[in-house]
Write a protein that binds this ligand. Structure first.
Ligand SMILES: *Cc1c(COP(=O)(O)O)cnc(C)c1O
Length: 330
């Protein structure tokens, strides 16, 4: 099997601009006195302010189009980046878009929610259910109206979505050529980014540590999220006809930065967001990349890397939600 061609059989929608750039964060490295820090700029995928969901949606919506669907349905938090990118992809391709958002309609509409509305998405408020619990009712109603709905899972994290990050891991190798990196840090939340990058690393026999920084507290117990990533990586392996089987211990997770929970900005996120803005002119986001960068900064500050090492931070996007956290991030 030609390892760079494993994804070629899957239908794909062209939603963004790839490869995304890799930049060297010279000022940040100097400021921290640590290793060389590179950044993969998936905040620049180009789909209505960008982000990592663009890569997943390319495969998921490719499948929806092939199946002749005319409507997409997905779910997320009120400031979901996934929902905003889904709404943009749907608008671009002439699909109707239904978003189930947790909470209730706020008085102040900004950030991703404002963009969802501009992009013409139909919004359903689902109170405490932010992970798509109410999708079946919405789908039934759409079918009654004669629509052909296609359900996109929470965060776009199924095997097809993870293929977006198998592709991303291959893209990374092509860009790095022979430049060696010791670690890849990224925010891990619904698991698709993590699962896809794991497969790419295995297929390419890459030697870096893949460090997912956990964003959501597990509701059940410690290993729940690891189980989810493992399961998703194995499903993706099956989808691609590969014989790779992962176990939980193959998933590297940093779970020491959960703070007060999902979407709660603490001092660590605030520090990371401000530092990146001031040293590099790069905008992180309050929910995901602020937290993941805080984990990387902490490791550098604790002497966890050698100065001669080179590490990569995967910027997964999310800056549009900065506006809805205005009082929390500064
Ligand atoms: C969704 C998201 C993530 C997490 O990616 P998963 O594949 O869901 O784990 C990270 N960063 C941002 C900005 C996101 O929107």
């Amino acid at each position: 099997m030609e390892k760079h061609n494993i994804l070629n059989k899957l239908p794909k929608a062209e939603l963004g601009f790839f490869p995304t750039p890799i930049v060297t964060l010279k000022n940040l490295s100097r400021h921290l006195g640590g290793p060389e820090i590179l950044m993969k700029r998936d905040d620049l995928t180009g789909l209505a302010l960008g982000g990592n969901k663009t890569r997943k949606l390319a495969f998921i919506i490719g499948d929806a189009l092939q199946k002749g669907c005319d409507t997409v349905v997905t779910a997320g938090a009120q400031q979901s980046n996934h929902c905003r990118q889904t709404a943009a992809a749907a608008a671009q391709l002439g699909l109707e878009c239904h978003l189930l958002l947790g909470g209730t309609l706020p008085n102040d509409i900004n950030g991703n929610l404002l963009l969802d509305q501009l992009l013409g998405a139909h919004i359903h408020w689902t109170n405490q259910n932010r992970k798509g619990e109410d999708i079946p009712q919405v789908v039934a109603a759409l079918k009654n109206q004669g629509k052909k709905p296609y359900v996109i899972p929470y965060g776009g994290s199924n095997a097809l979505g993870a293929c977006g990050f198998v592709s991303a891991g291959i893209e990374l190798e092509t860009q790095l050529k022979n430049i060696e990196i010791s670690d890849v840090f990224f925010a891990s939340s619904s698991g698709g980014t993590h699962a896809g990058l794991m497969l790419a690393k295995t297929v390419l026999d890459a030697q870096y540590n893949l460090v997912g920084v956990q964003i959501d507290k597990d509701e059940d117990h410690d290993s729940a999220f690891k189980t989810q990533v493992t399961k998703l990586a194995n499903e993706t392996s099956v989808l691609l006809g590969m014989d790779i089987v992962y176990k939980q211990s193959d998933v590297l997770l940093e779970d020491g930065f959960l703070g007060e929970g999902y979407g709660v900005v603490g001092a660590a996120e605030q520090y990371a967001i401000n530092l990146l803005a001031r040293t590099e002119g790069i905008l992180l986001d309050p929910v995901y990349t602020g937290r993941a960068m805080a984990a990387l900064i902490d490791k550098v500050q604790k002497g966890g890397f050698d100065k001669s090492q080179r590490v990569l931070f995967w910027h997964t996007g999310g800056a549009p939600s900065l506006f809805s956290y205005a009082s929390k991030v500064q």
